[in-house]
Design a protein around this ligand. Structure first.
Ligand code: ADP
Length: 218
């Protein structure tokens, strides 16, 4: 992980309650050249269940609780180190699209040393019942432990309002873009893409490092 003096990673954050579609949008954006998508939830899910870290997170995960900050940041930093060693994530070449991280103020503060957050998309669903329906459908589709039990879903939604949503106030409001996430994935993507094109043009005009362009093949 870079020290505070080292280059920060140019970063786009996807915020939104469970079921708002962060993962879907992140996955699509991650296909663009020069973009690296990291889903914190996926990072946790991919840890081998028999390993030390995998065992440690399972307890929190299955109950819909946040994994403790130290552990979350440790796992994140390790992942970034691996990507950097493989030259799959380099501060001057890539733009990070992060979903599910940070989820609280403490994480936002810690990540601030290494991330240059240029844009946040807040995928907003005001209809909690609609979000719950999406989560239940996903539970069946993806066999997810944390979406199966209604109590666990409720806890995750409550945690979103109590902690994650509040974390938006850590950032400059001018970089936060609100999107109605009850639209179809295609419409949400359209809004994200249009906004990113605007940012790219503004950055190009200002002579700043360009967005979403990789100098060579990945
Ligand atoms: P969703 O998009 O439905 O919220 P995720 O896949 O992003 O689901 O997260 C699943 C679970 O992983 C969370 O309920 C939590 O236990 C854990 N988790 C994900 N990101 C973080 C984070 N930044 N800090 C702590 N726990 C996290």
């Amino acid at each position: 992980m870079p020290e505070s003096t080292a280059a920060k990673f140019r970063t786009i954050l996807l915020f939104g309650m469970p079921g708002s579609g962060k993962g879907t949008q992140g996955m699509v954006l991650g296909q663009l050249p020069g973009v690296v998508h990291v889903s914190c939830g996926d990072l946790f899910r991919k840890l081998p269940k028999y390993g030390e870290l995998g065992k440690e997170i399972l307890h929190y995960f299955s109950q819909g609780l946040l994994v403790p900050d130290d552990l979350t940041v440790r796992i994140w930093e390790r992942h970034v180190k691996i990507l950097a060693l493989q030259e799959l994530l380099l501060p001057h070449q890539h733009t990070l699209v992060l979903d599910g991280l940070p989820r609280n103020f403490a994480q936002a503060e810690r990540l601030d040393q290494s991330l240059d957050v240029i844009q946040i998309f807040h995928l907003n669903i005001s209809d909690t019942a609609a979000a719950m329906d999406r989560l239940k459908a996903r539970a069946l589709r993806e066999n997810r432990l944390d979406d199966i039990n209604e109590e666990v879903i409720k806890r995750r939604l409550a945690l979103y309002y109590e902690e994650t949503f509040q974390t938006l106030s850590f950032y400059d409001p001018s970089i936060i873009y609100e999107i109605d996430a009850s639209q179809t994935p295609l419409e949400v993507l359209g809004q994200i893409v249009n906004r990113l094109i605007e940012i790219k043009r503004a950055r190009d005009d200002a002579g700043r490092s360009s967005l979403l362009e990789s100098p060579g093949p990945r």
